[in-house]
Design a protein around this ligand. Structure first.
Ligand SMILES: *Cc1c(COP(=O)(O)O)cnc(C)c1O
Length: 368
């Protein structure tokens, strides 16, 4: 077996102990003689799995009791529609912060359902930082403010949870959920696709304050209405059973092997700091995001020359450091270093970058 260091932005690495346990339980889960992939979602065994997953998520993320946890499908992108359909129901207004590609998509989709305004944006600077705003900038009658907390493509993140006064804050946490403790009580609703830091693709988690649940907009499709998931315990129809099971194993790994989110955060910060320190010291590579807005999950950087970026990615791939190519709208490189990326992977990347830089210097000196 030859595992690579996979820097993919998502779907992305899963913890090796989780993969091994899933493999061991593949043919016979807990003595029931079948795989979790093969069992009825109405069976007592699966009821136990989904219940346990939800309980673990509540425990690990310290979710207050007055929040509902919903397991849905359709990815984070489906929440771009579900959020306005379910929450833009009083004034019909919402304020959006544009800090990257996904927040832009969320904004464009929300515009179809109400009076949507841009609260702050860093679009004019190619989203190289997180735009700031004050609570006074928020329309007081807005139904919510939407942000994307960690910008997967641009490699930026909010330095802190922004203050929106009494207006509920909604956040896309797809690429940072479970990476560090986060005070859920500061949000009205958060959502996340599972495939970055939680499970394989197919599961989306929605955590919503109970008092925000009410009648959705007229003609909201049944499967996009949060009440459908609330009333059925996320089992109106067949849920994504296998991703839910893997999420359970990932949550157990965080709780039992890592020791919880404080420890997870310490590891993640150390990993990111190492990588940024190496980038800041380099005379070839430079980070693309302003220091106060840097993500600890997605680290974007460039050499400044497209052909050199391409050569770096190609040679890294051959050395077992894969999926480092940046998103097409940013170019350059992106190292996605989610929970499951071991610190050894960061060390290997830094060593490779330094060797590449030294080789590049020698070639340049030889040609001058
Ligand atoms: C990946 C990602 C999305 C899109 O997720 P899908 O599950 O593919 O719809 C949305 N927002 C953020 C922040 C992401 O990282």
């Amino acid at each position: 077996m030859n595992r690579v260091y996979n820097f993919s932005p998502g779907p992305s690495m899963l913890p090796l102990p989780v993969l091994r346990r899933a493999a061991a339980e593949m043919e016979d889960y807990a003595g029931c003689g079948m795989s979790v992939m093969e069992m009825s979602h109405r069976s007592p065994v699966f009821e136990q799995i989904i219940g346990q997953t939800q309980q673990l998520l509540r425990q690990v993320l310290a979710i207050p009791d007055h929040y509902k946890v919903l397991f849905v499908q359709g990815g984070a992108s489906q929440q771009f529609s579900a959020v306005p359909l379910n929450l833009m129901t009083h004034s019909g207004k919402a304020d959006y912060v544009l800090s990257g590609q996904f927040s832009l998509k969320a904004y464009e989709e929300a515009c179809r359902f109400g009076d949507v305004r841009v609260l702050a944006s860093s679009k004019q600077d190619n989203f190289s930082f997180i735009p700031s705003f004050s609570p006074a900038d928020v329309r007081p009658d807005a139904d919510y403010v939407h942000i994307c907390y960690n910008n997967t493509i641009f490699g930026s993140r909010f330095p802190a949870i922004p203050d929106t006064g009494p207006v509920p804050l909604v956040a896309d946490l797809s690429s940072c959920i479970l990476s560090e403790p986060i005070d859920i009580s500061r949000f009205g609703l958060v959502y996340a696709g599972a495939q970055k830091n939680m499970a394989p693709a197919g599961l989306t988690v929605v955590i919503v304050r109970e008092d925000l649940l009410g009648p959705s907009q007229p003609r909201t499709p049944l499967m996009l209405d949060y009440q459908t998931a609330v009333n059925s315990g996320s089992m109106y129809n067949t849920p994504p059973c296998y991703p839910i099971y893997i999420a359970m194993l990932v949550l157990e790994w965080i709780r039992d092997e890592i020791g919880g989110l404080e420890q997870m955060a310490a590891i993640n910060r150390r990993k990111a700091q190492k990588l940024y320190a190496a980038l800041d010291q380099s005379s070839l590579f430079r980070p693309t995001v302003r220091p106060d807005s840097r993500s600890i999950m997605n680290v974007t950087f460039v050499t400044g020359a497209k052909d050199l970026d391409a050569r770096f990615c190609q040679e890294a791939e051959a050395a077992g450091l894969v999926n480092l190519k940046g998103h097409r709208v940013v170019g350059g490189m992106r190292a996605s270093i989610y929970n499951a990326m071991p610190e050894d992977g960061i060390d290997a990347l830094i060593a490779f970058m330094q060797a590449f830089e030294a080789r590049h210097k020698t070639t340049q000196e030889a040609s001058t």
